[in-house]
Ligand binder design. Sequence first.
Ligand SMILES: *[C@@H]1O[C@H](CO)[C@@H](O)[C@H](O)[C@H]1NC(C)=O
Ligand SMILES: *[C@@H]1O[C@H](CO)[C@@H](O)[C@H](O)[C@H]1NC(C)=O
Ligand SMILES: *[C@@H]1O[C@H](CO)[C@@H](O)[C@H](O)[C@H]1NC(C)=O
Ligand SMILES: *[C@@H]1O[C@H](CO)[C@@H](O)[C@H](O)[C@H]1NC(C)=O
Ligand SMILES: *[C@@H]1O[C@H](CO)[C@@H](O)[C@H](O)[C@H]1NC(C)=O
Ligand SMILES: *[C@@H]1O[C@H](CO)[C@@H](O)[C@H](O)[C@H]1NC(C)=O
Length: 540
Amino acid sequence: MDSCLIFSPNCSMWREALLVVTLCAGLALAQFPRECVTPEGLRSGQCCPSPTGASGDECGSSTGRGQCVAIAADNRRHGPQYPYSGRDDRERWPLRFFNRTCQCNGNFSGYNCGQCKHGLTGADCDQRVSVVRRNIMQMTAAEKQAFVDALNQAKSTVHPDLVICTRRYQEVLGPDGNSTQFENITIYNYFVWSHYYSVSKTYLGPGQVSFGGVDFSHEGPGFVTWHRFHLLQLERDMQNMLGDPSFALPYWNFAIGGSECDICTDDLMGARSAFDMNSISPNSVFSQWRVICESVEDYDTLGTICNSSESSPIRRNPAGNVARPMVQRLPEPQDVLECLELNTFDTPPYYSTSSESFRNSIEGYSAPQGMYDPVIRSLHNLAHLFLNGTGGQTHLSPNDPIFVLLHTFTDAVFDEWLRRHQPGEVVYPEENAPIGHNRRFNMVPFWPPVTNAEMFVSAPESLGYSYEVQWPARPLTLSEIITVAVVAAVVVVAALGGLIACVVRARSHHSAEALQPLLGETFRSYSEDDRRLDKSQSVV
Ligand SMILES: *[C@@H]1O[C@H](CO)[C@@H](O)[C@H](O)[C@H]1NC(C)=O
Ligand SMILES: *[C@@H]1O[C@H](CO)[C@@H](O)[C@H](O)[C@H]1NC(C)=O
Ligand SMILES: *[C@@H]1O[C@H](CO)[C@@H](O)[C@H](O)[C@H]1NC(C)=O
Ligand SMILES: *[C@@H]1O[C@H](CO)[C@@H](O)[C@H](O)[C@H]1NC(C)=O
Ligand SMILES: *[C@@H]1O[C@H](CO)[C@@H](O)[C@H](O)[C@H]1NC(C)=O
Ligand SMILES: *[C@@H]1O[C@H](CO)[C@@H](O)[C@H](O)[C@H]1NC(C)=O
């Protein structure tokens, strides 16, 4: 069966020209452009559509936008966590599906070079455009409402370009070799699906237990780069959906301590339902949302892949995990400061067991100060677990829209770390990271191919967005305040003149210094006690 597909490129020039090209194509397939997933397209291994629909204009080559090239996939060693070879479609992504793609010139980008690179706009993609991601709590009522409405629209708007694959490659052409197993999916559900696809287990065959020691987006250096692209894609899709290139995803500063979910109100992500503590209030549109990718048993035992069918409502019970007190409180502002001070991006084995690793600290498998401890869940992980529901389960978490806000903040911390440490891509491991996490690995399942390295850059300078964040001040500020007060006092006393004033100044200065370590120690031991308490309780 053939279907006629409408395809509208996104660059503003194209949008203005309202260039809508109708292409007749075969059946649609996976997280690839709709026009590439025909049986012929799949058999050719080539996905190089034309931005205008004109035949023979692959990747807009006639206007110099780009050309169709062989895909480079990472061939370096990966870590020992994944012991197989040739068993998983995601190895050396995306070669199992396609080995030729568009390579765009200059400032063009996209799967057919019909778009501009992030941060650029205009017919020739030579005008800079920058979006600012802001604290959602500081937005006006109208801005909050507009964001909630936009999310809700994305939940029901079919993705204009991409379709999802619902079978492993082996079965992708269907039983007759001609019925491709791809489905349309909405913009928001694509966001959920791509996360699921990156964390799903490796199917080893009927009757065999699927292998779970694989994760293309967590527990490795690619955690920060993968989620950064994930958000960029959603933001771009929503900008196109709204026809507003200045649309920016806001963030949730989750490092506020305490057990209150401040964004869980009906004007934002939905309050708690008065009828069921695990549900969202009926006054919020999010109580109407239904999740995808819930049928893990099917996927793991049948070797199928999550499809676009929606099932149950979002579950959420902030601070409600009574069996695990450690995850009943949000991270503290201090935790963010401490992880930002770690100098090393990631440390061997570049895994969830890494110590003194900025990445493992912000991801939340080690203490914010860097020490690895199997019991600890901090920062990003802690914020997820705090939600005690859909948002706390890796294969489902983006179904709860809090995911978006939680990850923009995580990305803001990553960008601030890049700004402070100016590391350059050399600090990102080239090899021996878990599969999917090497520097040149194409992140799974994004299309067109994009490597971890491409996202390991300053967002304001290279990706066209920035964060408006007030980073918390160190508690040291307290002693600084004392020092300032003392100095001020000294100045007053000095104004009285004479030798006595000089003596006082010397003593005051001395006492200010003596105060500093005392205050520091008080803070440190308090938090240690806190953590020890949590640990012993969560072990039980
Ligand atoms: C998928 O979406 C496209 C674009 O909205 C539409 O043209 C097509 O008919 C849809 N296909 C199916 C099977 O719904
Ligand atoms: C690319 O993929 C196609 C289809 O699977 C295959 O026939 C071709 O040999 C591949 N080319 C290379 C260079 O791997
Ligand atoms: C890309 O955009 C930048 C920023 O506007 C501009 O300076 C540059 O000339 C553009 N490059 C090309 C090849 O058009
Ligand atoms: C698939 O369909 C095409 C066109 O209908 C036909 O030519 C081809 O033989 C079919 N291939 C298989 C494997 O059935
Ligand atoms: C979608 O997934 C569900 C759960 O695995 C399954 O029951 C259903 O048959 C799938 N739908 C299609 C069209 O494959
Ligand atoms: C939520 O908390 C309950 C009670 O402690 C716990 O049994 C359950 O596993 C948690 N659910 C999730 C998804 O975290």
